[in-house]
Design a protein around this ligand. Structure first.
Ligand code: FES
Length: 57
């Protein structure tokens, strides 16, 4: 499923980037994957995915 339509970035791509590069924050993740560089509508969902992937169980 696409999270960022402007840049064609899927949730799978985001999860893969988080697991591979282990960004410390959403800001850091956005330096790896160009989320929110256009309309910004994807940021909220990107944050949810980031929180899910980095949640300590
Ligand atoms: Fe990501 Fe527009 S949907 S910048």
């Amino acid at each position: 499923m696409y999270v960022c339509l402007c840049n064609g970035i899927s949730d799978k791509t985001i999860r893969h980037a988080i697991r591979k590069y282990q960004p410390s924050s959403l800001h850091h993740l956005r330096k790896i994957v160009p989320l929110g560089t256009e309309c910004g509508k994807c940021i909220r969902q990107a944050r949810e995915i980031f929180d899910e992937e980095t949640a300590v169980i």
